[in-house]
Design a protein around this ligand. Structure first.
Ligand code: UDP
Length: 328
C-alpha cells in the first residue's frame, strides 16, 4: 500500500514508519521537524518536511491508500500552560489533514490517541467504555480528534481507528541494524530520564512518594514501542468505511516509579541514585489498560515485558552516545 505517516520523524511514528516500510509498503512521512529528527526516518521512507495545514494535500498526492496520523504536540505540562498551542496544532492540524484526505479521496486513517483522554480513572484496568474526562488540554485535544473521526466516519464514510496508548517505552532495531528510539529535548519521560542518568551518573527525581499505591509512587502500564507498532499494522487492516473503532493499548500490568527505577538498575548495572520530589501536576496515581478489546478483535498481544523495554531503550541510549562521540 501507499501510506502517509504524519509525525513519522518522532519516536512512535518513526518506529511505525520503519516497520511499515519493512513490511513492503511505500511510505512517505510528513513532519515539520519541530520535535522530530530527520535521521529518525528509516532510509527506505521518503521524508517531506512540512505542516499538516499547508502540506498535507501535496504529501497525499493522488494515490495514497491510507494515513497513519502521529503529528501532534504531546507534553501534558506544556498543554496546561499553553492550551491554544494544543488546540490549534492538534485539532486544527488534524482538521486540515482530514479535509485534504477528503479532497484526495483517501478514506482510511489510524490515529495516535492516548490514555490521557480518560483522566483520573474510576476503575482499573481502564476499558474503552470508561468515562472520558481528560485533565489536560493535551488529553482534551486528542479526545476531540477521536470525536471528529467518529463524525467523519458517520458523515463522510471515513474508516478510522483510534489507538489509545498508555506508557510507551523501548526502542526498535530495524533490519538495517539502525536503532529507533526516544529522543526528546527536554526529556520528561521516566525510562529515558532514568537511563540518561545511568549514563551521566546524575540522580533521578521521583515525582511524588505519597500516592495511595503500595510504595507511594505512581503506577503506570508500559508497552513496548515495537508491540505498539504491530498494533498499528493490524489496525490499518481493520479500517472499514463508515466505521470508527477505539482500542486501548497497554500490557495490562502496572509498575510503580520505584519498580521501574529498580529494573533500570538491574538492566544497566549502574547505581542510579534518586531524590524524592513533590507530585507533578495532573499525574493520576494509577493508570493501567485493559487491552482485551484489541486482543479479541484483532488478535493483538503484547510480546515484550518491562525488562525488554528497558534493555532495548538502554541499547538505544548507548548506540546514540557512541554515534555522538564518534561525530556520526
Ligand atoms: N516520573 C518521575 N520522574 C521522572 C519522570 C517521570 O517520577 O524523571 C514519573 C511521572 O511523574 C509519572 C511516571 O513517572 O508518575 C511516568 O511518567 P512519564 O512522564 O514517563 O509518562 P506519563 O505517565 O506522564 O505519560
Amino acid at each position: 500500500m501507499k501510506l502517509l505517516v504524519t509525525g513519522g520523524a518522532g519516536y512512535i511514528g518513526g518506529v511505525v514508519a520503519a516497520k511499515l516500510a519493512e513490511a513492503g509498503h511505500e511510505v512517505t512521512v510528513l513532519d515539520d521537524l519541530s520535535t522530530g529528527h530527520a535521521d529518525a526516518v528509516h532510509p527506505a521512507v521518503t521524508l517531506i518536511r512540512g505542516s499538516l495545514r499547508h502540506d498535507a494535500k501535496a504529501a497525499l498526492g493522488g494515490d495514497t491508500d491510507a494515513v497513519l496520523h502521529f503529528a501532534a504536540h504531546s507534553l501534558v505540562g506544556e498543554s496546561v500552560a499553553d492550551p491554544a498551542k494544543y488546540w490549534s496544532n492538534n485539532l486544527g492540524g488534524t482538521l486540515a489533514l482530514l479535509n485534504a484526505m477528503r479532497e484526495a479521496g483517501v478514506r482510511r486513517i489510524v490515529f495516535s490517541s492516548t490514555a490521557a483522554v480518560y483522566g483520573e480513572p474510576e476503575a482499573t484496568p481502564i476499558t474503552e467504555t470508561a468515562p472520558t474526562r481528560p485533565t489536560s488540554p493535551y488529553g482534551a485535544s486528542k479526545l476531540a480528534i477521536d470525536t471528529t473521526l467518529a463524525e467523519y466516519a458517520r458523515m463522510h464514510g471515513l474508516g478510522a481507528v483510534s489507538l489509545r496508548y498508555f506508557n510507551v517505552a523501548g526502542a526498535y532495531q530495524a533490519a538495517t541494524g539502525d536503532w529507533f528510539g526516544e529522543r526528546h529535548d527536554p526529556e520528561t519521560h521516566l525510562i529515558p530520564n532514568v537511563l540518561g542518568r545511568g549514563e551521566t551518573r546524575g540522580s533521578v527525581r521521583i515525582n511524588g512518594v505519597d500516592y495511595p499505591t503500595p510504595d507511594g509512587t505512581c503506577v503506570r502500564d508500559y508497552i513496548h514501542v515495537s508491540d505498539l507498532a504491530d498494533a498499528h499494522l493490524l489496525a490499518l487492516g481493520a479500517t472499514e468505511p463508515e466505521g470508527h473503532r477505539v482500542y486501548n493499548l497497554g500490557n495490562g500490568a502496572g509498575f510503580s516509579v520505584r519498580q521501574v527505577i529498580d529494573a533500570c538498575r538491574d538492566v544497566t548495572g549502574r547505581d542510579i541514585t534518586v531524590e524524592e520530589g513533590p507530585r507533578r501536576a495532573g499525574d493520576p496515581a494509577v493508570l493501567v489498560a485493559s487491552s482485551a478489546r484489541i486482543s479479541s478483535d484483532l488478535g493483538w498481544h503484547a510480546t515484550r515485558d518491562l525488562r525488554d523495554m528497558i534493555a532495548d531503550a538502554w541499547r538505544f541510549v548507548q548506540e546514540r552516545s557512541a554515534r555522538v562521540r564518534a561525530g556520526r
